[in-house]
Ligand binder design. Structure first.
Ligand code: HEM
Length: 366
């Protein structure tokens, strides 16, 4: 995959296709005032700019530790690294005098029916997503950023993820064995992205937020042992798609469009299937579409000896209530809920892009 440019109107990492490896880390800001927060944002910008472009680390002094962890050797390769920086609603409390400056639609993620949210795995002042082609590239970037921002923020939670290569073709599969990401809006269409993803001028949003995007992260465990005992027909009816091809159950190919009006009773694609509830393809649901950027995760085994894996679900939108929350509410009680447990995540706002070498994350906000 081509490198993801760092400078621009938007954070290009939002639209970039998922890479092989990711780490999503939420931080609590420990900076004590606006000046220190500004310093933190400038440092984050400088590190992200260096790491995504690659280069030679600063030379070390005579004493003291080396300036770079050395994980990637003496020269830091870009390695397809992308950085996505987002902020949570908590950053706009009274600590930094930012009250009233929050993106208008930024709220705190509530617990939905069937959620089993664990406080330690939810929310954060800052959400940082690193994506790259290799695990060491992601870990090098995380270590570098953590080291340079030690006085300004500390890790709250972190989940690593990965995507599979096409098996054997088309969209990569999630850990339930189904292709995941097929029916996404077209990230190459600027018009569609303006309608569905990017915060626009007006609509009550503060000027500084234009060009950003609301990011939803949901940490969703899959009960895979249980799932693997379900018949293929039943699995396919839960999603509304064929496992092998990814095609909707009324079609043949992955990219075929399901024809719901031709199947009003859900005899072919059940009315309560995941795709039909998530996107009923009616005129009013057109504005509810989301850009999904999901990764698989694996955390080994839990205390009961069960495999601990699932989906690091992430999606982008212009409006949390109109898009994610509407879809999530429609999915409540879908048959799939018996096989998944959402346990963490949060709502964040991906900042507008860093325009050039003089700009930094959140400059217009701070
Ligand atoms: C579609 C899996 C959670 C929203 C799909 C598809 C699969 C899938 C296999 C069909 C292929 C595709 O278009 O990507 C899962 C799994 C989940 C999960 C395993 C949890 C572990 C969610 C959540 C949301 C969501 C939390 C949002 C609230 C959607 C949407 C579509 C979709 C909007 C596209 C529907 C369409 O336009 O036809 N999902 N999903 N999914 N999912 Fe999920």
């Amino acid at each position: 995959a081509p490198p993801v440019p760092f400078h621009g109107r938007h954070q290009a990492s939002v639209l970039a296709p998922p890479r092989r490896v990711t780490a999503y880390t939420a931080f609590d800001v420990t900076a004590r005032n606006r000046r220190e927060l500004t310093e933190l944002m400038r440092t984050l910008t400088a590190r992200a700019r260096f790491l995504t472009g690659g280069g030679t680390p600063e030379p070390a002094g005579i004493t003291g530790p080396p300036t770079d962890s050395g994980l990637l050797g003496p020269q830091v390769p870009a390695g397809g690294l992308s950085v996505t920086l987002a902020v949570g609603a908590a950053l706009f409390d009274d600590r930094f005098g930012l009250h009233g400056r929050a993106p208008r639609r930024l709220t705190t993620m509530p617990a939905f029916p069937d959620d089993d949210l664990q406080t330690d795995w939810c929310h954060g002042d800052i959400g940082l997503q690193l994506c790259a082609d290799d695990t060491d590239t992601v870990l090098h970037a995380l270590r570098d950023i953590a080291r340079h921002t030690r006085g300004g923020m500390q890790v709250r939670w972190r989940l690593d993820g990965f995507t599979s290569p096409p098996r054997p073709s088309g969209t990569p599969r999630n850990l339930m064995g189904f292709k995941d990401g097929t029916a996404n809006p077209d990230a190459r269409s600027a018009g569609e992205m303006d309608r569905l993803v990017w915060t626009g001028a007006g609509a009550g949003e503060p000027d500084w937020a234009v060009g950003g995007s609301y990011q939803v992260v949901r940490l969703i465990r899959m009960l895979v042992e249980f799932w693997d005992r379900v018949s293929l027909t039943e699995q396919e009816r839960m999603f509304g798609r064929a496992r092998e091809t990814g095609a909707p159950l009324d079609g043949d190919r992955e990219q075929d469009t399901p024809d719901y009006p031709a199947d009003p009773k859900g005899e072919v694609i059940p009315l309560d299937s995941h795709i039909r509830l998530a996107n009923p393809r009616t005129p009013s649901s057109a504005g509810q579409r989301l850009l999904r950027r999901a990764y698989n995760y694996d955390r080994g085994v839990d205390g009961n000896g069960n495999l601990d894996m699932g989906l690091l679900f992430c999606c982008y939108q212009r409006d949390l209530a109109r898009q994610f929350e509407t879809v999530q509410r429609r999915l409540a009680g879908e048959p799939l809920t018996d096989y998944i447990t959402p346990f963490g995540g949060g709502y964040f706002f991906a900042l507008p892009g860093v325009r050039d070498t003089t700009d930094w994350y959140g400059r217009a906000l701070l």
